[in-house]
Structures are given as C-alpha cells and as structure tokens.
Design a protein around this ligand. Structure first.
Ligand code: ARG
Length: 479
C-alpha cells in the first residue's frame, strides 16, 4: 500500500516542555495568565488534524479570494496571502514545517505562519471567519476527498471480482445457508454477490458526499457575520454544491461525519463477511481455495503453517471501524448548539476508520485477484449434500405437484439416498416412480449439480446465462 505522504503529514509535534508564556495565543487578548502546558497538551489537536492541512489551506485561499472580491482585502493583499499560503503548503508537504503543541491545531499553525511572514496582511485572513466554521469546512472538504479515494478503491475491488468471473465461469461451488450445503451455484455468482454489496456502498458514499458537499464557511462562530461576505462565491471556488442555510446548524453539524463513518463501517462489514468466508474456504477442511502466499504469513513455531492473517485482520479491524461509528454517535449525543470543543474528538475516529478501510480495500483487491480455486477438490465433493434436491422438487412442481407435497416427496427420496449412501441421481427410476407415478427418465435431467445450475431460469439466479449477462453488465460500466 502506498503511503500518501501528504495525508500522513510529518512526525508528531514536540510537546512543549514548559509553561509556554512564550507563544502569544491569537485569542490571548483577554487573558492575563499564560496557558498551563498541561492544558496545551490536553487540548491540542495538531498531532492529528494536521492531516487536514491541504483542505485548511484550500479553504483559506478561497476565503481570501472572496474577501478581495467583496473589498475586505485589496487585490495585492489577497495575492500575498494566496502566495504565502502556497509556500506554507509546500513546506508542510515537504516535512519542513515546524509543528508546535502550543499552537493547538492546524488552523492556528497556518495562520500563525502567515502572520509571521506577512504581518498585518496575514492578520486579515481571519476576517469574517471563526475556527468553528473553518474546521467544519476543512472536515467536509476532507470527507469529500476521502469518499473519492474510497470510491476508486471500491471500484478496483469490484473489477478484481469481475475479472475473476471469466476465469472461474466453469466452476460450480456449493452455496450455503446456515453454513450447511444448500444448492449449487456458479463461483462467479459468489463473486458478483460481493460486487453488488460494494456497489451499494458506492451509492451510499455518493449520497453521503452530496450532503457533505455544503459550505459551512460564513457561519463564522455561530451567528454569521456583519461583514458583507459572499458565501456563494466561496462555495463555487471550493466546488461545494450549496451553502448551509443556518449558521447555528452549519457550525454544529457533524451528520456528514457520522454518515461517512457508518458507510465505512458497512464497507468493513462487507469485507469482513468475505474475509470470514475465504478463511473458511482456505482451510484443509473446505479446501476450496488457495490464497496467494504473498498475502499470507507463517507461524513462529509450526513450520508448516501458511496463515490467512491478512484476511483475519481485515475481519478483525472491522471492530475498530464499528467502534469509531459508535464513538461519533456518542460524541454528538446531547451536544447543545452550536460549536462545542467536544467536536474536536470527531477527527481521530474518522481518520482511523478511513485509514483502516482504505488499507483493507487495497489488500482485498490483490487477494481476490491472486487466489486460486481448487477446482479438483471442489468438484470431487460437489456431489455431497444432495444440492440438487430443491431443483428436483421444482421439477415435480412443474408437473403439477403442490409445493408442500413435492417437498415431502423429495424429502423422502433424500432419506432413501442418505440411507444407501448415494446421490439422488443414483436412485433407480422405480424410486422416483414410487414417489410420483407420473415421473419418467426426464427426472435425471435436473439431477446433479451441473444440471441443477443449468435448470435455473429466474432473473438474478445462478443460471449461467443470467450470470454471464450480469458479468457483461458490470464490464459495460467500465468501458
Ligand atoms: N481544533 C478545533 C476542532 O477541531 C478547532 C475549532 C476550535 N474552536 C474553538 N472555538 N476553540 O474542533
């Protein structure tokens, strides 16, 4: 997995060692005591929110340009601010920017650096803005970016599944309910089932993106501003689809973060289901699947072991992603309007959910592509479990036997086969005739897993024609 340096940011900031009367806080006017260093360490967020630096600077650039547009900055002041913000951005990207705990968060770091370099011009950037609407804006921009990242990776995973379909189109596997053999299905039908789940996740992300894509900037602290700002202008510059209509709501709303955390939890759940299934399938007991060794690890004591640790961790890390959703829901529960500092706690769960789900998706795609079905082992045992019983029942139904009656008749035939230790297709025609005197040799046409699969006709079923059509539909989307 490629580490995205711009998102990881440089190493943790140095903690201030002394009570830092040294750094004058931008909000320090009313204070006559320096902040206790323990408070600085307790309240800082720059150790994690510096990951929002690109969004913070992007938002500040748009804000400055709007301020110039409405005459709150001169064109020259705006130019200086935009240029200097660009330099600061580069320094952060290159790991040359000093982060300091006493400067609290990424917003104050950027502004402080700007003022250091531009003096009074820098002091104008925060006109008609509060950190409350600023952080809400940054986080929405980040969520928008993060959604696009996940969407790309979900699509890559879907493509890995669809690519497998051609390779595996001739493979029939047992389908399970209650983890008991149920009916035969095409392996490709399994693969496309995961595509569907991840497609719904993509749609949920897109839906979440629309609601996240509303501009809160201009809400200022909570009430708006008496300065003549142009919020539509900022929205346009930042690519927001609309402008949040109520400043109290805009400064306090974290619905988009909770929604995003939920979608990530569901993606993790889907990955976890798949991981669990493939962990089972790769056991000696199942022996359906050989995982690519590059995605397995060994045991320090048992030399023969090749363990599915990546799949286990994809399953295991789902726990923290679900936990983060819970954290966010509890965090916002009962917060009065508008901004409360509690909201600073929204970032770590969100960032970690994203990192975890992104990493899982990035490993899932090559795992899906690299695993090999053990065709011979699957085929050898496909006859077990009377997977064709349901199709036999449907054969009787087609001949006019009421479903409940047909169910009972086939149940008794299965009993017979079980007692003799044979397959349904091994039973002589007399046994079928005894069950239903109208039956003839055509009954064997629906027996056996291949024929049971071939007998399927319904839309969305595992009928080979249906599955091929679905594969075609998936491929078409990516042409
Ligand atoms: N670091 C803060 C956060 O993430 C930024 C907003 C601080 N606002 C304030 N009024 N103290 O929420």
């Amino acid at each position: 997995m490629a580490k995205d340096r711009s998102q990881q940011g440089p190493s943790r900031p140095e903690a201030a060692k002394t009570t830092s009367g040294g750094t004058k806080k931008p909000w320090g006017g009313v204070f006559d005591q320096a902040t206790d260093h323990r408070v600085e360490e307790f309240t800082e967020s720059v150790s994690f929110d510096r990951r929002l630096f690109a969004q913070d600077i992007e938002g500040s650039v748009a804000h400055a340009q709007m301020l110039a547009q409405v005459g709150l900055l001169t064109a020259d002041e705006c130019l200086q601010i935009v240029q200097t913000l660009g330099e600061i951005r580069q320094e952060i990207e290159q790991g040359r920017f000093p982060f300091r705990t006493e400067l609290e968060d990424i917003h104050m770091h950027v502004e402080h650096a700007l003022i250091e370099r531009l003096g009074d011009v820098g002091r104008k950037l925060h006109t008609a803005r509060s950190r409350n609407d600023q952080v809400a804006t940054d986080l929405r921009l980040w969520v928008r970016w993060a959604i696009d990242q996940l969407d790309e990776r979900l699509t890559a995973l879907q493509r890995a599944w669809v690519d497998r379909c051609d390779r595996d189109m001739d493979v029939i596997v047992p389908g399970y309910t209650h983890t008991q053999r149920a009916q035969p299905v095409l392996a490709a039908h399994y693969w496309l089932a995961y595509c569907e789940k991840f497609e719904r996740d993509r749609l949920r992300l897109a839906d979440c993106r629309r609601r996240a894509n509303q501009l809160p900037l201009g809400a200022a602290a909570l009430a708006g501003t008496s300065l003549p700002i142009d919020r539509q202008d900022v929205a346009k510059r930042l690519g927001f689809e609309g402008v949040a209509a109520n400043s109290l709501d805009a400064a306090s709303d974290r619905d988009f973060a909770v929604e995003f955390a939920f979608v990530m939890a569901l993606i993790a759940e889907h990955l976890s289901t798949w991981a669990e299934e493939w962990i089972l399938w790769s056991t000696v007991e199942f022996n359906f699947l050989k995982l690519p060794q590059a995605f397995c690890t060994g045991s320090s004591i048992m030399p023969q072991k090749i363990n599915p640790d990546v799949l286990e961790l994809i399953r295991g890390k789902t726990a923290r992603v679900i936990g983060h959703l819970q954290s966010l829901l509890v965090l916002v529960k009962g917060l009065p309007l508008a901004y409360n500092r509690d909201l600073q706690e929204d970032k770590e769960p969100l960032l970690d959910s994203f990192d975890t789900v992104r990493a899982s998706l990035e490993l899932a795609a090559p795992l899906v592509a690299g695993a090999e079905l053990n065709r011979a082992a699957i085929a050898e045992r496909l006859d077990r479990g009377h997977l064709d019983a349901t199709t036999l029942m449907e054969h009787l139904i087609r001949r006019g036997v009421p479903q409940r009656t047909a169910h009972g008749l086939v149940g008794r035939l299965v009993r017979k086969a079980l007692d003799r230790g044979v397959r349904l297709s091994d039973l002589p025609l007399e046994d079928f005739r005894e069950a239903d005197p109208g039956l003839d040799a055509s009954v064997y046409d629906v027996l056996g897993p291949e024929r049971a699969v071939a007998a399927m006709v319904s839309y969305g079923s595992t009928a080979p024609g249906q599955v091929r059509e679905q594969v075609r539909r998936w491929k078409q989307r990516w042409q």
